[in-house]
Write a protein that binds this ligand. Structure first.
Ligand SMILES: Cc1cc2nc3c(=O)[nH]c(=O)nc-3n(C[C@H](O)[C@H](O)[C@H](O)COP(=O)(O)OP(=O)(O)OC[C@H]3O[C@@H](n4cnc5c(N)ncnc54)[C@H](O)[C@@H]3O)c2cc1C
Length: 515
């Protein structure tokens, strides 16, 4: 009998009870009983549009039961190898995919392994120092390790998405992420998972070298023949460049070597933080209770011809200091797996395009990055030059007056009351005001002084694109160089970076096996 799809709806208090799901399945199918091996959940989503709030399940049922999934086989790598620069999600998944293709990955990562990296994160708020090679963006697992771990993507590569999610599960993530509509791992769980992935790569025959920075690429007749690193030369004909959106030295290196790069649009703004219970009441129209998850939101609005949107919303989360140097202030957000913190935070950003950065040079491929750097430097100075972030209460921001006091926020280095008009470019400031005022009508309290804006949220995506051929995924000027992941402009989050890593590694596998 062919498997069939059954949709069922259950109340939040019943959603974790398999006996309730099974009873409903039997009722729908007119079966007397059902075994666990006869069904599998494909999707679980929360529907809070009407009262009562419900969970919807999409379940595949087979009277004959389901066979165990095939376990991926990894061949022992041969004598072919490739260098992966950067051990973020793109680099990690590229390494695993190279191994599936029988190619040995040599991963170089400028930062430290997770356990040592943690100490550098503490140092940001304790000593007010940012290690330029080990911080929220750099180190084992890249920006993904101390990220929020939301695993959403707009990509449609269904099979690959399930493979990436399953790889996270195989390395310690909860099994539910493979079917949840909005899977989330959480900052407390990610470091262990990342370490487990590293251990798998090494066990399968790959190499991971920490504290090793790419300093140059060696070319011969337009072809890669080596990677120059802070720990010596690695001969290779293939480099996957997965260095993330904050590796400014890599963008400069390529530009100085006359290897084409382009300025790229990104988004800029602030983090907005509210009490989580206020967001819960606004979204659920009732008290959350114990069976509903802390509420999230996703807001988009066109203001004066530009998109303004919430970004990387973290229910029950923390505002993180995400700068990569000691002379800038950059914020981002994360939440633990239970999302049980008292605050809800989200990026709140405006699209930035070529007209905004043209004063840094109309034909300068680093112009968008220079614009980004300038705003981050301003935030640093306005915050008092010690990594304290400039901040303003939401109601005061809308009225255009500095806040006399600011309530406690989750941003550990602390905040200083500042008129954000003096930090953000005028066109960003204006549009954020317009959008918050409009969202206040949708989410009760959103536009009030219960909320705080903390600046600046500027690393939303890369300000540079490194071009590549659509077919071979190689840089058009450099045979054997594969620009990859978020830093190269081909991903905007953990999942898309992982998928892009896989795509680049497959191309290397194909190119090697075609020889
Ligand atoms: C606080 C925070 C929360 C986030 N939350 C989410 C979320 O919930 N969901 C989501 O999808 N995304 C989230 N993100 C974004 C996500 O982490 C990134 O999109 C993703 O990590 C990009 O992957 P990547 O592999 O392309 O690059 P990265 O993760 O940035 O990795 C690049 C790596 O390259 C290394 N590197 C750089 N230069 C060199 C060099 N010269 N030599 C050697 N190594 C180098 C860096 O040290 C880094 O480890 C968050 C990010 C942050 C900072």
């Amino acid at each position: 009998m062919t498997p069939q799809i059954v949709e069922i709806r259950v109340l939040p208090e019943q959603a974790s009870k398999s006996e309730v799901l099974e009873k409903q399945l039997c009722k729908k199918l007119r079966w007397e009983s059902i075994q666990k091996s006869q069904y599998r959940i494909l999707k679980k989503s929360l529907d809070a549009r009407k009262n009562p709030i419900i969970f919807r399940f999409r379940i595949e049922v087979s009277a004959n039961g389901f066979e165990e999934e095939n376990v991926t086989k990894f061949p022992t790598p041969g004598d072919q190898s490739a260098v992966i620069v950067g051990f973020g999600p793109a680099g990690m998944f590229a390494a695993l995919e190279l191994l599936k293709n029988g190619v040995k990955p040599i991963v170089i990562e400028r930062g430290k392994e997770v356990s040592k990296r943690r100490r550098d994160l503490v140092s940001i708020f304790r000593d007010r120092e940012v290690n330029p090679d080990s911080n929220y963006c750099f180190g084992e697992g890249g920006a993904g390790t101390f990220s929020d771990g939301k695993l959403y993507t707009r990509s449609k590569k269904r099979g690959d998405i399930q493979d990436v999610l399953q790889t996270f599960v195989d390395h310690g993530a909860k099994p539910e992420i493979v079917y949840e509509a909005h899977p989330h791992i959480g900052t407390n769980k990610l470091p262990g998972i990342v370490q487990n992935i590293r251990e798998s790569i090494i066990k399968l025959g790959g190499e991971v070298r920490f504290d090793t920075k790419l300093t140059d690429i060696i070319l011969e007749n337009g072809k890669i023949c080596g990677a120059e690193t802070s720990n010596g030369l690695i001969p290779t004909n293939h480099i996957i460049l997965a260095t993330g959106h904050s590796a400014r030295d890599i963008f400069e290196l390529l530009h100085n070597r006359d290897i084409a790069i382009e300025a790229k649009p990104f988004a800029l703004g602030v983090r907005i933080e509210h009490p989580q219970d206020m967001i819960d009441r606004a979204q659920y129209k009732c008290e959350r209770g114990e069976f509903l998850p802390p509420a999230a939101y996703s807001l988009v609005k066109q203001v004066k011809g530009r998109g303004v949107f919430s970004f990387c919303m973290c229910p029950g989360g923390i505002i993180a200091p995400a700068m990569t140097d000691s002379n800038e202030v950059v914020v981002n957000g994360w939440s633990p797996s239970k999302r049980n913190g008292e605050f809800a935070n989200s990026g709140f950003v405006v699209e930035i395009g070529p007209n905004d950065w043209k004063r840094f040079g109309e034909n300068n491929p680093l112009a968008a990055m220079k614009f980004q750097e300038k705003v981050e430097g301003k935030a640093f100075r306005m915050g008092g030059e010690d990594l304290t972030a400039p901040a303003q209460r939401v109601g005061d921001f809308l009225k255009g007056k500095p806040s006399p006091v600011i309530q406690e926020t989750s941003y550990l280095p602390g905040v200083k009351s500042v008129d954000l008009n003096e930090v953000l470019p005028g066109f960003v400031h204006q549009r954020i005001r317009g959008a918050i005022a409009a969202f206040g009508k949708r989410l009760k309290g959103y536009d009030s002084n219960a909320g705080v804006l903390v600046g600046v949220e500027s690393r939303t995506s890369s300000p540079v694109r490194i071009p590549r051929d659509r077919e071979s995924l190689e840089h058009p000027d450099v045979h054997g160089l594969y620009p990859c992941g978020e830093g190269a402009g081909y991903a905007g989050g953990i999942m898309s970076a992982a998928l892009d890593g896989i795509a680049c590694a497959r191309k290397i596998g194909e190119s090697i096996s075609a020889k």
